[in-house]
Ligand binder design. Sequence first.
Ligand SMILES: CC(C)(COP(=O)(O)OP(=O)(O)OC[C@H]1O[C@@H](n2cnc3c(N)ncnc32)[C@H](O)[C@@H]1OP(=O)(O)O)[C@@H](O)C(=O)NCCC(=O)NCCS
Length: 98
Amino acid sequence: MVGDCPEVNGLFVWPESLRRHGIGTALITTAEDLVRDRSGPRIGLGVKDGNTRAAALYVRLGYRPAVPRYLDRWSYVDQDGRMHDNADPCAFLVKELG
Ligand SMILES: CC(C)(COP(=O)(O)OP(=O)(O)OC[C@H]1O[C@@H](n2cnc3c(N)ncnc32)[C@H](O)[C@@H]1OP(=O)(O)O)[C@@H](O)C(=O)NCCC(=O)NCCS
């Protein structure tokens, strides 16, 4: 998150067969409309390095890289009870809503 910029987080369309039908775009543009009406002039989202398809979609929708880049730290417990810690390098992209 950058400052007080509202953020779309954890965007995921499932099952995979439903992807590429405009659902991701609809979720993002709906969030943009809500933020424009209620919050302020910009919205952002983080994208992990290497997620080129999602990044291309965001750029096509008008999102641009903001600084600073950041590490997304998250953990999960596997089925054997072991904790796994992750730190993914990410870019934060921002769209000016106008
Ligand atoms: C990234 C993600 C959320 C996008 O959701 P989506 O519903 O597939 O997004 P959209 O359908 O709006 O647009 C994605 C693609 O479908 C295309 N598309 C949009 N509407 C379409 C339609 N009616 N028919 C065919 N293609 C369509 C878009 O042009 C775009 O093309 P591209 O994949 O070649 O770039 C989804 O791929 C996903 O859940 N990925 C796994 C998790 C992930 O990476 N999340 C992002 C974390 S930052």
